[in-house]
Design a protein around this ligand. Structure first.
Ligand code: GN1
Ligand code: MG
Length: 372
C-alpha cells in the first residue's frame, strides 16, 4: 500500500503540532508492519527524527493490548537503565510519543492504527554481522534484555499473538495448508514440504522439554533477530533492543534460536542460492559467549544445555511458517514476488540442515565456553 504525504501528515499531526515534515523514508525490512523514518522541522527550526509505524491489524488483532505491553516493557527498561546507569539517556529503550489527546497510538478508521517513537541516532540494525564483536554484542544485549525483564511487575503480559512459538501447532498449520492446497502450489514445493516433515523431531526438541516442565516460562522478546538490536554506528556496541510487538511470556531458548538463525548463517534469510549456505561457527562462538555474559545469572542448566539446538528449532519453525503462507497465497508475510515465501522456506530448510550437521561442533564450543 502506498502512503500519500497527505495521509502520513494527517496521522503525524495527531502526535505533533506545528512545524512540517521535511523528509519521509520507508523502511523495507519488516515483514509485517509498515515503517517510516520521518524528519520533522519544528517551528523553532530544530529538526527531529521519528519512527512512525502503521500496524498490521490482521497479524495483531489486539493492538491495544500490544501497546499496553510495549509501553510497560519500555518503561521498565527505562527505569532499570536509569537506575543502573548503564544506558545513555533516550538510547537504551524506545521512547514513545503520545498523541495530542494523551494516547500512545492513533486508532482511526480512516487512517489506520499508528504509533510514533523517537529515532535513535547513530545506530544501525544489521541483517548479517560484519564481525564477531557484533555477534557478541547482540547476544549480550538480548541476554541483558531477558535478565532486565525477569522482575517485570505483575500482571503477566498479554499474548499479542497466540501460540506464537508453538512449533507443533505451526507444523500442524503447514500440514493443513498442504492438505487444502488452495492455490495449487504444493506440486511445486513438495521437496521443501517433505524436507521439513522429515526434520519434525528436531523442530520439537524445545517444546518437548518445556511441556515436561524442565525449562521455565520467562518474559522474552520472541523475535530476536540480529536486526532487532540497534548497534552504535561508531563503536558497534549494542544500543537498544527494538521491535517489542511480540515481547511476552515465552522461552529464553526461542530468543537464542532466532539469534542463531540470523547470525550464524553465511547467507540472507531469503537467499536464492541456498546451496551456498554455511554455518559461521566463529559467529556462534561469539554469540554464545555474549549471551552467556548477559543472561548467565538467570539461565538454568537445562536451558544452557539446549542453546546449540535452539537455532535448528527456530529455523525449522519459521521455514514451516513461510511454506504454509506460500501455500495459503501469501496472506501473512509481506512478499516482494509470488515465489518469495517459497524461496524463504527453502533457504531456511537448507540452513536447518547445515545447523544439524554442525551441531556436535557447536555443542563442543558451548561446553568449552561454559567451563571457562
Ligand atoms: C516477522 O516483521 P518482522 O521481520 O519483524 C515475524 C517473525 C519472523 C520474521 C522472519 C509478528 O518479523 O516471527 O521470525 O518475520 N513476526 C511476526 O524474518 O510474525
Ligand atoms: Mg518483528
Amino acid at each position: 500500500m502506498t502512503h500519500t504525504p497527505d495521509l502520513l501528515q494527517k496521522a503525524f499531526s495527531n502526535f505533533i503540532e506545528g512545524g512540517k515534515i521535511i523528509n519521509v523514508e520507508q523502511f523495507r525490512g519488516g515483514h509485517i508492519n509498515q515503517t517510516f523514518f520521518i524528519t520533522h522541522g519544528e517551528e523553532s527550526g530544530q529538526r527531529r527524527r521519528y519512527v512512525m509505524q502503521r500496524m498490521n491489524r490482521t497479524v495483531f488483532p489486539r493492538l491495544d493490548e500490544l501497546m499496553e505491553n510495549v509501553i510497560r516493557v519500555s518503561e521498565h527498561m527505562q527505569r532499570r537503565c536509569t537506575s543502573n546507569g548503564s544506558a545513555l539517556p533516550h538510547r537504551g529503550y524506545l521512547h514513545f510519543i503520545r498523541t495530542l489527546d494523551g494516547r500512545y497510538s492513533l486508532d482511526s478508521e480512516e487512517l489506520g492504527f499508528w504509533r510514533l517513537y523517537r529515532f535513535i541516532e547513530n545506530a544501525v540494525g544489521k541483517m548479517i554481522p560484519s564481525c564477531e564483536s557484533e555477534a557478541f554484542a547482540a547476544g549480550e544485549a538480548f541476554g541483558i534484555f531477558q535478565e532486565l525483564l525477569a522482575d517485570l511487575p505483575a500482571p503477566r503480559l498479554h499474548e499479542t499473538i497466540s501460540r506464537f512459538h508453538d512449533t507443533r501447532w505451526r507444523y500442524g498449520n503447514l500440514v493443513e495448508a498442504a492438505r487444502k492446497d488452495i492455490c495449487g502450489r504444493l506440486g511445486g514445493c513438495r521437496d521443501v514440504y517433505n524436507g521439513l516433515m522429515a526434520l519434525k523431531d528436531h523442530a520439537l526438541v524445545i517444546q518437548v522439554e518445556a511441556e515436561a516442565g524442565r525449562i521455565p516460562e520467562r518474559v522474552v522478546h520472541n523475535d530476536a533477530k540480529l536486526s532487532n538490536v540497534l548497534l552504535d554506528s561508531t563503536d558497534g556496541r549494542a544500543v537498544c533492543v527494538i521491535d517489542l510487538d511480540t515481547c511476552m511470556p515465552g522461552l529464553a531458548l526461542h530468543d537464542f534460536g532466532d539469534l542463531m538463525r540470523s547470525i550464524c548463517s553465511s547467507e540472507n534469510e531469503d537467499t536464492e542460492e541456498p546451496e551456498k549456505t554455511t554455518v559461521r561457527k566463529d559467529m556462534f562462538a561469539a554469540l554464545h559467549a555474549g549471551y552467556l555474559k548477559g543472561a548467565a545469572n538467570m539461565l538454568a542448566p537445562e536451558e544452557k544445555a539446549l542453546l546449540p539446538h535452539a537455532g535448528i528449532v527456530l529455523t525449522l519453525e519459521v521455514a514451516a511458517r513461510f511454506l504454509a503462507d506460500y501455500l495459503e497465497g501469501d496472506v501473512y508475510f509481506r512478499v516482494k514476488h509470488p515465489g518469495h515465501n517459497l524461496v524463504r522456506a527453502r533457504a531456511q530448510l537448507t540452513l536447518a540442515h547445515r545447523l544439524i550437521e554442525a551441531l556436535p561442533e557447536l555443542q563442543a564450543i558451548a561446553a568449552k565456553q561454559e567451563r571457562t
